[in-house]
Write a protein that binds this ligand. Structure first.
Ligand code: PXG
Length: 288
């Protein structure tokens, strides 16, 4: 039996799981999503992901057709039906079927889709040798246009930045906000270590409030490190002792080169590696 996908309360074989071409999720990118992981059968930071999904939906005036508890149970149900204990969970809520016009109020039936699949892990050399990043010219969405705090189905801002870095031969891009401050990468938050302190851009810089970012700030506190949210320019990245990215898929990935400048000594740094070790012990033990 193949993979089963949850669509509005029912499981379908992957190839039979479908939604309408009149769904505004497709026609307008009108909807929200989450990317979640399960480790050893446990849904990592489940409450935080569900809360963020509901906040994203509220922000775009999409009334969720299920309660938080029902969504959580549906994720569990889908994982169990697929016999998955280590998994990537893609939770998608579309505005639903409407007319060929923008009006979201004509869409009466939001679609809830849950895909659970095996995780495409990043190659181990990313963790061993670190990543190279480049700052791209695509500016991160202005919070008063589409707030990056909304994890919406419209990811074109990030995709345009991704195209730029792939064309430069790299896999991840640094996006600045309209003021020129560092915001985040296309699918990851960014941190630097400077003089023993951890720094990451604040939410007002125009970022997704990453759940891995939050976990890392907690871990830094446990390790007795100061973790600060600070407006940063590229200068702060260039002079950092260490740099790393955080995200559900990436966990914590060291960064060793930015805009052709070596970061620190050009190797994944001790603070980054310590936080990665702490993070991995959270996901392998029961605490997550
Ligand atoms: N910034 C952006 C723009 C993201 O999309 C993060 C930061 C990190 O957030 P979390 O909560 O994951 O720590 C993200 C996360 C995918 C995929 O399949 C994307 C994300 C996460 C998981 C899967 O594209 N983005």
């Amino acid at each position: 039996m193949g993979l089963k996908v949850y669509v509005n309360g029912e499981l379908h074989e992957k190839q039979d799981a479908r939604i309408s071409v009149y769904d505004h999720g497709l026609l307008y990118g009108d909807g929200v999503f989450e990317g979640i992981r399960a480790y050893n059968g446990r849904i990592f930071r489940c409450k935080e992901h569900i809360d963020r999904l509901f906040a994203s939906a509220r922000a775009i005036a999409l009334t969720m057709p299920m309660s938080k508890q029902e969504v959580t149970e549906a994720i569990r149900y889908t994982l169990d039906a697929n016999g998955l204990s280590d998994a990537y969970i893609r939770l998608v809520v579309t505005r639903g079927v409407g007319t060929l016009g923008l009006d979201p109020y004509k869409c009466r039936d939001p679609q809830v889709i849950i895909i659970t699949d095996s995780i495409a892990l990043y190659p181990p050399q990313y963790y061993e040798n670190g990543l190279e990043l480049v700052t791209v010219s695509t500016v991160r969405n202005h919070p008063n246009a589409i707030n990056p705090r909304i994890k919406s189905l419209n990811y074109l801002n990030n995709i345009l930045a991704k195209i730029e870095c792939i064309q430069a031969g790299l896999t991840e891009a640094i996006m600045l906000n309209k003021e020129g401050y560092v915001a985040e990468c296309t699918g990851d938050n960014i941190f630097v270590v400077k003089d023993g302190r951890l720094m990451t851009p604040p939410v007002h810089a125009g970022i997704l409030e990453g759940i891995t970012r939050q976990v890392v700030m907690e871990l830094a506190g446990q390790a007795g490190m100061e973790a600060l949210e600070r407006d940063m320019t590229r200068f702060d990245l260039y002079v950092a002792d260490e740099c790393f990215l955080t995200g559900t898929a990436a966990e914590i990935i060291p960064v060793v080169r930015i805009d052709s400048r070596q970061v620190g000594d050009g190797r994944p740094g001790p603070v980054t590696l310590k936080l990665l070790e702490m993070f991995r012990s959270q996901t392998t033990n029961s605490a997550g």
